[in-house]
Design a protein around this ligand. Sequence first.
Ligand code: ZN
Length: 266
Amino acid sequence: MKVHHLNLCTMCPYGVFGTGEMVCHALVAETKDGLVLVDTGMGLDDVRAPARRLGRTFMALTRPRLREQDTALRQIEGLGFKREDVRHLVLTHLDVDHAGGIPDFPDARIHVHRAEHAAAMAPSTLNEQNRYRKVHFASNPKWELHEPGGDRWFGFESVQAVADDVLLIPLPGHTRGHCAVAVRAPAGSGTEWLLHCGDAYFFHGEVEEPPRCPTGLRVFQRAVAIDDDLRRKNAARLRALHRDSGDRVRLFSAHSPREYARATGS
Ligand SMILES: [Zn+2]
């Protein structure tokens, strides 16, 4: 199964984030069930009317470089596919920079954890009211909500297959129903798991020993997390996975430019 790594948007936040540049790392997997897109970045309408669609707070905080050619739809077309070829969207969570592309794929099934869907449809705190944008869900998407319960995978529980060799792995903390997504990809003469960790951590050093993260980025993650204790606990589990899984699992966060460069050899 061929898997493509895409950067759907580069964000250039001020120094408070420590890194100066963040990517929006997505995967496109060519599966037996059609194309599976893991995270959707921002969509065409977001690029055209960013302040209205994404909100002024998000724009001011992240300063995204929005370009139509970077959207998932345009990049997938660039790979030689059509919009309809994308059969499944698998979303780590529903923040604007992950769910903005939903309206560009009206025929796709959208896999997300039930708790995340509930948070976006009926936000219960100010944090949740500020982070989700109803405009991304207005086109009546074909939700496939994933419940707690399922298999174990490298010690993680409630893991469910959402498509051929694509797993949704609950990893809450950043948001109520945040998940990682594992995709089995060819590697050498065998396969490896690519683990898209979404926003479970932001900085590549957080899953290394000893863990490290620029102060500004640490403060930011704490501020936006719905449950920061849980987020840090899950980041520690990812660090253990990174240490123990050898070359069987390759982790990356949605926003690390270093990990995106490693994945694409750029
Ligand atoms: Zn994000």
